[in-house]
Write a protein that binds this ligand. Structure first.
Ligand code: GCB
Length: 596
């Protein structure tokens, strides 16, 4: 007999329009839950003219009578790995932008008194999810997770799951029509079948109080708005064990003061503590670190001490595979190179990257800057686009707010001042702060100009008053010739606030030697000299509190046409597409080693 809960859920589903069912509110820490992996080989159909939905191919019908036939079949056709992008799996799909249908069958072990969810780490860019022939959810945004409840719809045997994925660029999307990275399509991150109890721990936020570093603030939210449910929070190594009760919103809050002997997390000592959150029916566990982060005047303080951010930009891409990074092994590859460079921070450019990277970065000692792909060319006048961006922001903050490595939420990269832009970005800051007020808010600008009369680099954008830390991308020696020698390059940018040079660099083809004073030599020698010049200039930026060269690895980009030196790659990497270090890597390494 079906439980009342299941009947209610099915009724609800029937009442919703079949078109465009949205994804549901996210649960935190999916990696700490009862999950069954749905990764692996999936069947696929390339649907260039978008005929599949009209023909209901997600029902995967098989001919019954003698006159029956269907002009599709998922079986015995194209097969694609999940997670992964489709571009790197078939040469014919390298440049493909359009719809691909993914499908697989699975059995789901019966679990009494439980709820079931499909959880997608990311699908680029928009998708609709169909289970056993009916649409159960949809999502837009290529770099954030979403979940769809399938309680009551999932069977014990032979479920048919289909996902319609489309990565067509559109002007109302985020990012929009053109961006300097590959538009990898597909189910690019893990897919899980998650099982939870009826009422489960949907969310928690456990962190050091930003104003009182001897206090841990706790907030736990259940899936149901139910008062009087007991919630227990334990941090055994700190001898913390709190028994709380939910209020009518299903939320339990607490603050534990006088914490002694807390070893704070830092890039040098990335100390994490086991934390257990439980109710009578649910239990979830993970490792959480504690630290403080603040801005005073022009300084950034980590655990009460001024810190210089030795950062590096990183795309979520494995250059040797020419594809998206999606596993822990991939994260190890990317982060070990950043570690060797001497970094204490990573700018996850230009979109939220997978949780393997985020979690490993925290474990191995990197602060993180995470941002949504509000990257040039966004339509700031569109309300729909604004709300989309807001949702992405919330999904990112929701997923990673318990990661103490997270230092910055980035709201935009290289935007031009306008009233509409300001409203849009303020809205994003609001979305972010509705969940988390403990991180520093930043954005990267490309508006620094040299004033020949004052002989000074300056920037004018009133929006910087909304930010805790100002970041600028400035390509001296590459996109901008030097107006003065680097030792005379004085800056007056965002004084009174900390400033990060969030991008600088130039291109070099690995192995190429050439004139160190000629950009068009595309040589490692030019790139290394450019780095030396920029490092010299940095000595004249009095409020400089961090640098983040662009970029760790060469990366694939449709912007880069040079047939010999680029071949579709942005060659600003300190490390080549083959994983080999260029001369500039050593220049940067020496600079970072010298900063204590
Ligand atoms: C930038 C962008 C970055 C590009 C880089 C470049 O300013 O923020 O996404 O890849 O320049 O190489 O031109």
């Amino acid at each position: 007999m079906k439980s009342t809960y299941t009947v209610f859920f099915l009724l609800l589903l029937c009442c919703l329009p079949a078109e465009n069912l949205p994804a549901q509110e996210l649960m935190v820490n999916v990696y700490g839950r009862d999950v069954q992996s749905l990764n692996g080989k999936w069947e696929a159909i390339v649907d260039l003219y978008d005929q599949g939905r009209k023909n209901k191919i997600y029902q995967n019908k098989q001919p019954q009578g003698k006159t029956d036939f269907y002009e599709y079949a998922f079986e015995h056709g194209l097969r694609l790995n999940v997670p992964s992008d489709w571009n790197s799996q078939h040469t014919g799909l390298a440049y493909y932008e359009g719809t691909v249908w993914y499908a697989r069958r699975f059995d789901a072990e019966k679990k009494a008194e439980s709820r079931r969810f499909l959880y997608f780490g990311a699908v680029n860019y928009r998708c609709r999810i169909y289970l056993n022939g009916r649409e159960v959810g949809s999502h837009e945004g290529g770099f954030t997770p979403f979940q769809v409840e399938i309680t009551g719809l999932v069977k014990e045997k032979d479920n048919f799951l289909a996902v319609e994925v489309n990565n067509t660029r559109t002007s109302d999307a985020i990012p929009a029509m053109a961006f300097d990275w590959w538009n990898y399509g597909g189910i690019t991150r893990d897919v899980w079948l998650v099982t939870t109890p009826r009422t489960y721990i949907r969310d928690y936020f456990i962190r050091l109080d930003k104003n009182r570093p001897d206090r841990i603030d706790i907030r736990v939210a259940l899936s149901e708005q139910r008062a009087g449910t007991g919630v227990q929070v334990e941090i055994p190594e700190l001898h913390i064990e709190r028994n709380l009760l939910t209020d009518s919103r299903g939320i339990a809050e607490d603050a534990v003061g006088n914490i002694r002997k807390l070893e704070r997390w830092s890039p040098d000592v990335p100390r994490l503590y086991k934390v257990v959150v439980s109710t009578e029916s649910d239990r979830i566990e993970e490792e959480i670190g504690f630290r403080t982060l603040a801005v005073k005047g022009e300084d950034i303080y980590l655990n009460g001490r001024p810190v210089f951010l030795k950062s590096i930009g990183l795309h979520e891409e494995i250059p040797q595979r020419k594809g998206r990074a999606f596993s822990e092994a991939d994260a190890v590859m990317l982060l070990s190179e950043a570690k060797a460079l001497g970094c204490n921070m990573i700018r996850l450019a230009h979109y939220p990257q997978n949780e393997y990277i985020v979690r490993l970065a925290e474990k191995t000692g990197f602060l993180l800057w995470e941002e949504i792909p509000v990257w040039q060319g966004i339509d700031f006048t569109s309300e729909a686009t604004k709300h989309k961006a807001g949702r992405m922001m919330e999904e990112m903050v929701m997923r990673d707010k318990n990661r103490c490595a997270l230092a910055f939420w980035g709201v935009a990269n290289e935007t031009q001042p306008s009233g509409a832009r300001n409203d849009f970005l303020k809205y994003l800051i609001g979305c972010c702060k509705s969940i988390d007020t403990t991180r520093l808010i930043t954005a990267a600008f490309d508006l620094v100009r040299f004033d020949p009369e004052k002989r000074m680099f300056e920037m004018s954008d009133s929006f910087i008053k909304e930010l805790d830390v100002v970041a600028v991308n400035k390509y001296m020696g590459w996109y901008h010739p030097w107006p003065v020698t680097p030792d005379k390059a004085n800056w007056n940018v965002a004084r009174g606030k900390p400033l990060i040079v969030s991008e600088f660099g130039g291109e070099a083809l690995y192995g190429k030697t050439g004139d160190a004073d000629t950009a068009g030599s595309w040589s490692e020698d030019y790139q290394a000299a450019l780095f030396r010049d920029n490092l010299e200039m940095f000595r004249h930026i009095l409020n400089l509190r961090g640098t983040s060269p662009w970029i760790l690895f060469d990366f694939r980009s449709p912007f880069r046409f040079h047939p010999v030196n680029q071949e579709g790659w942005n060659r600003k990497g300190l490390v080549s597409d083959q994983g080999l270090r260029k001369k500039a890597w050593y220049v940067m390494k020496e600079y970072y080693t010298g900063i204590k």
